[in-house]
Design a binder for this molecule. Sequence first.
Ligand code: ZN
Length: 342
Amino acid sequence: MAERSEGLPEISCYIHAVSPVKKSNGSSYINCDLQTEAQVVRAVCFEVGKKQSLESLANQKSPVKIRNYTISKKYGREDVVITRKTNLIPTVVHYDYQELDKNISISTISHVAGEQLVRVKGEVQQLSSTKTVVFDEVPVKKQQCFIVDPSGFIKLVLYGKHADTLEEGKVFSFNRVRVKITKNERYVNTPKNESECVISPDESFTEALPSVETTVSPVLGGTGEILGVTNISKTQCCCSCNKKVVINGNLATCESCKIVQKARSCKVQWYLRLYIEVNGNNQQRLRLTAFNDTANKLLRIGNLAPTATHEEFTQCMLNLDPLFISYDIQTNKLINVDIIDI
Ligand SMILES: [Zn+2]
């Protein structure tokens, strides 16, 4: 888990949605949401003794300053980690507490930060068949559709007990679905804690609804397991212009701008060719190319530094659980990878 603890500015926020105590791999924790002035971020608290304070701050809608926390990037986003050392200090802020689960229109989801739980009402369209995906070796039902209101439409992914509960053309209220933002799209899904979300039939809209326009994208997504590494290369680049350098002992000379620099200050650029089994609309095995951005994301998921060796990186990739992946079917470029965390 990439964490840093020094030099983090204190956070002023309101606390929302304190969860019951959860258990994972022998440790107990609580989740909550922090409403700062600019956004809502997720927090995880490993000090379950702080549950009561968090709950009373949430119930009283009292703003608080958070000091001495750390950040986890485990899930590809920056989660605030509250530990025994973290201080929660009552404070004053100049913005208001917002009801996070208030009914919002579909078009306003584009202004909402990722990972928030929202309540939307929409008509179900293009309801797919139900498939089974595997999370942590447990099969889970998955179904998707679009939900439409007079302001717009958005994709909804239903997991587990929420699959097979909707009907095409009917209107439902979706109370507490999670906003997900990836590089390629914005959508909502039912949260991992299924009972957090309540879906109930609602009245039809009296206004006209827009039609769902889904352009055919060359980007496909699914879950993928890395079966093999066809090619792995690491290039050291100039710390100034990013071009190739020639290494000579401790020194590196840029072929382009001619700066002589410390070899260890050079940036590292990874390039990968991977053999991946993809479970999307059908199962297939593909050779996909990952450039530096995506390679770095794989390094972070595997808790490795960009300076890892080829062997360390290869071994790490072949030990990873299946990931959510998206790739371009025309160029076979691996665009994004994410750990499976719904
Ligand atoms: Zn240079």
